[in-house]
Design a protein around this ligand. Structure first.
Ligand code: IYR
Length: 224
């Protein structure tokens, strides 16, 4: 068998539920996910590393183009590295809020109440920095292109956010722009592009969240 082929054993761990249980599970999961909120104030409370490992393993089960799994999760808990990330991010964010962002963009951000200060980058116990692997190299150093990289990484991040919420952890999808500094600080290779910092931990006590609301089913879907 060539390296590129693989066996196709029968699917045995598929689980079908009786209709009633299916409805209950769908409703219960919706209720659970309805309580997911992005927060911007984190407690310094520690989180067991094993929980983060399992959440990342869950994210690693995401489908991906040609099963190339083009993601890398760099988990930062070291205080010094977190400080360097905060300093670099705030430098970019100051430029963003003071001049780089258009008025329309700043207007769109107003309801969120964000600004260039990012204390959560030091306070939260974990910064999960997600990189997209644009390609890999084979044993002879030849480039192997990856397909649907952004899509695959996006799906994986969605599963990570869901897994974190499932264990009662909060997170913030933080995207300082540009964020090439992450590659430098974390010493990542050329084939990796930073996508996001998922700030992860417990919410600060009494944290406030904007009253934003979500679109209704009929606004986000069409059954034909
Ligand atoms: N990166 C900036 C701005 C920002 C942009 C979007 I789009 C958001 O949804 C939130 C913030 C910041 O983190 O403040």
């Amino acid at each position: 068998m060539s390296k590129r082929e693989c066996t196709h054993p029968e699917l045995t761990d598929y689980c079908e539920y009786p209709q009633e249980e299916m409805h209950e599970r769908a409703q219960a999961f919706f209720e659970q996910m309805k309580t997911r909120r992005t927060i911007r104030s984190f407690s310094e409370r520690k989180v067991d590393r094993k929980i983060i490992e399992l959440a990342i393993q869950t994210a690693g089960r995401a489908p991906s183009g040609a099963n190339q799994q083009p993601w890398k999760f760099i988990v930062v808990s070291d205080a010094q590295v977190k400080r360097r990330i905060r300093e670099a991010a705030e430098k970019e964010e100051r430029a963003f809020y003071n001049s780089r962002a258009s008025d329309q963009w700043l207007d769109a951000l107003k309801p969120l109440g964000t600004d260039a200060e990012k204390p959560f980058l030091e306070r939260a116990p974990y910064l999960i920095v997600i990189f997209a692997e644009n390609y890999q190299r084979d044993d002879r150093g030849e480039i192997i292109k990856h397909y649907y990289v952004r899509d695959s990484v996006g799906i994986s991040i969605g599963m990570l956010i869901t897994a974190l919420h499932n264990v009662g952890l909060a997170c913030l999808t933080h995207t300082p722009s540009p964020m090439q500094f992450l590659r430098k600080i974390l010493k990542r290779p050329d084939n990796e592009t930073p996508v996001m910092i998922l700030v992860t931990g417990y919410p600060e006590q009494g944290v406030k969240v904007p009253d934003l609301g979500k679109k209704k089913l009929e606004d986000i879907s069409l059954f034909i």
